[in-house]
Ligand binder design. Structure first.
Ligand code: ATP
Ligand SMILES: Nc1nc2c(ncn2[C@@H]2O[C@H](COP(=O)(O)O)[C@@H](O)[C@H]2O)c(=O)[nH]1
Length: 207
């Protein structure tokens, strides 16, 4: 069975990761989104089991103790983690998985699953545009907004560790670029040649 690919989409808070991922995934089949666990309180309109699994600190710490996370991190003052079982099961079933996680998390995932992981960084056209997007979204209080913008500086310094860089200036262009990465990675020679059983061209037979 062909293994799935783990697409890890990362970048500063407010850059547009969720907007790009949701749009790209709505246009493709065979992709599944990994819903993270978090101790952050839900925002208005967010649903448990759809946007995140919203859990308390005690439950989160218990999951860490039980080794249930592929990776977990404290991000902008809250804890976030990726389910190890979900990822391993889906990848082994041949499903492609999309993760929306922070930069520390992304770098930890690639260490654990280097063969399956594709790292994609989403950058803003400028720092002031990032600030504007976060402020317009209006989901964070002044204090949290400052933390997210301060964290962005470190995150942006890690761009070179990623396989792909998308600058999200025009949203539609960014969506198309993500879709292109998704598709191109599926036809990488190293992935295709592992599963050539059903084709005969490589046998150089005359028909
Ligand atoms: N290209 C764009 N131009 C202008 N606004 C954008 C663009 N892309 C996304 N936005 C807006 O920026 C805001 C932040 O986007 P989004 O919530 O998708 O970011 P995010 O990276 O997922 O944030 P977080 O990491 O905090 O979850 C939203 O209000 C979204 O509508
Ligand atoms: N390391 C991880 N980071 C995660 C995970 N799930 C989400 N995130 C990242 O957290 C920030 C903030 O998200 P928000 O929903 O509170 O705005 C963002 O960068 C996400 O990508 C995870 O499981 N692990």
């Amino acid at each position: 069975m062909t293994k799935g690919i783990l697409y890890v989409v990362s970048g500063p808070s407010g850059v547009g990761k969720s907007s790009i991922i949701k749009n790209a995934m709505s246009k493709l089949e065979g992709f599944s989104f990994s819903i993270s666990y978090t101790t952050r309180p839900p925002r208005p309109g967010e649903k448990d089991g759809k946007d995140y699994f919203f859990i308390d600190e005690k439950t989160f710490d218990k999951m860490v103790e039980n080794d249930e996370f592929l990776e977990y991190a404290e991000v902008h003052g809250h804890k976030y983690g990726t389910s190890k079982k979900y990822i391993k099961d889906k990848i082994n079933e041949g499903m492609n998985i999309v993760l929306d996680i922070d930069v520390q998390g992304a770098l930890n995932v690639v260490k654990k699953m280097p063969k399956e992981t594709v790292l994609i960084f989403i950058a803003p056209p400028s720092y002031s545009e990032l600030k504007k997007r976060l402020m317009n979204r209006g989901t964070e209080k002044e204090k949290d907004l400052k933390i997210r913008l301060a964290d962005a500086k470190w995150e942006l310094s890690k761009i070179n560790e990623f396989d792909y860089l998308i600058v999200n200036e025009d949203l539609n262009e960014a969506i198309n670029q993500l879709i292109s990465i998704f598709i191109a990675e599926q036809i990488k020679t190293e992935r295709v040649t592992e599963h050539l059983g059903k084709y005969s061209f490589f046998k150089f037979e005359e028909e």
